[in-house]
Design a protein around this ligand. Structure first.
Ligand SMILES: C[S@@+](CC[C@H](N)C(=O)[O-])C[C@H]1O[C@@H](n2cnc3c(N)ncnc32)[C@H](O)[C@@H]1O
Length: 309
């Protein structure tokens, strides 16, 4: 079995026990879920969520041997509280969020995530999602497109990219978009300083984040996840880019403090109480052996928090 990113580290962090309740909120192909079910046998149970029916089907096949111990639901993790209530699970022992897109999604050209294969512009994790990358690329006003590419892609040439896209509309396919973006990003450059990533990487990342409302979703799920944990239960989050990781980091810092008043304020007025402790102060990165075996793992960062009494 191909192990997913930071597999051993996740099992170690969530410490599955034999009758525990676990949530894999980003099920994907079910690799982490498999490990959690295996390690929490014979009675541990797992709720797996994903918005992508293809991912759910793969996970369903992989997790079949665990029978009713695996409950798989097609739903966004932003509905976590409601999903747990529907099962009557009052508190769970561990929750995993392995953010972003799966290898299966990026390797399926017709999903439109890759700029290396020609396919319709799409990028929806949920194929029934209301907005695709084609909608954003072809309909957003140029200035909004530029802001989006700057904010979510951290692309310094966002204005040039948006201008080039607006001039080339309508764009239909990934390769058309990648060509337009590449020209905008590399125009006027001497070519002596080579980019370490494909010139379209940042724009594609930005569109994917916007299409799937990724940052808003992470912000919405983190408080629900902490509220759902039993005391001593753990939340593990794998982020793949700094925008996501920053949200997780700031949330963990805030929720692990008793007071969140501004530092210059002499007396606490916020009444905030810590709900978690950070199990590790600094994020865990994949080991060099893992990156060598799976280069896509290289930007993964794992943070782990534990619910307080
Ligand atoms: C990196 S993959 C997870 C891989 C998985 N850990 C494994 O072992 O195979 C992320 C998955 O999260 C799913 N996803 C993204 N946003 C989601 C959301 N809001 N709710 C539920 N699943 C989501 C994607 O469809 C994708 O399948």
């Amino acid at each position: 079995m191909h192990h997913p990113v930071l597999y051993q580290e996740i099992i170690h962090a969530l410490r599955p026990r034999r009758d525990g309740l676990y949530v894999d909120a980003t099920l994907g192909a079910g690799g982490h879920a498999w490990g959690l079910l295996q390690a929490s046998g014979p009675n541990g149970r797992l709720l797996g969520l994903d918005v992508d029916p293809q991912a759910l089907e793969l996970a369903r096949q992989r997790l079949e041997p665990f029978g009713e111990r695996a409950i798989l639901v097609r739903a966004s993790y932003i509905t976590l509280t409601g999903q747990l209530a529907a099962l009557g699970w009052k508190a769970v022992d561990g929750i995993l969020l392995d953010l972003g897109l799966s290898s299966m999604q990026v390797d399926t050209p017709e999903r439109g995530f890759s700029f290396l294969a020609d396919a319709p512009l799409d990028m929806r994790f949920d194929p029934e999602g209301l907005v695709s990358s084609a909608d954003l690329v072809n309909n957003l006003p140029e200035s909004e497109l530029a802001d989006l590419i700057y904010r979510y892609g951290e692309e310094k040439r966002s204005r040039q990219v948006a201008r080039a896209i607006a001039a080339a509309r309508p764009l239909k396919t990934t390769l058309q978009l990648a060509q337009v973006v590449t020209r905008a990003v590399t125009s006027g450059k001497s070519g002596t300083k080579r980019r370490s990533i494909h010139p379209a990487t940042r724009t594609f990342q930005a569109l994917r984040i916007a299409v799937n409302r990724e940052l808003e979703s992470v912000e919405a799920v983190l408080p629900q996840a902490v509220a759902a944990l039993a005391s001593g239960g753990r939340l593990a989050v794998i982020a793949f880019h700094s925008l996501e990781d920053r949200i997780v980091k700031q949330f963990f810092r805030r929720e692990s403090q008793d007071c969140i008043c501004p530092p210059q304020q002499p007396v606490c007025t916020c009444g905030h109480r810590a709900t978690i402790r950070e199990v590790i102060r600094h994020p865990i990165n994949p080991r060099p052996e893992e990156i060598e075996a799976n280069p896509r793992a290289r930007s993964a960062r794992l943070r782990v928090a534990e619910k307080l009494e």
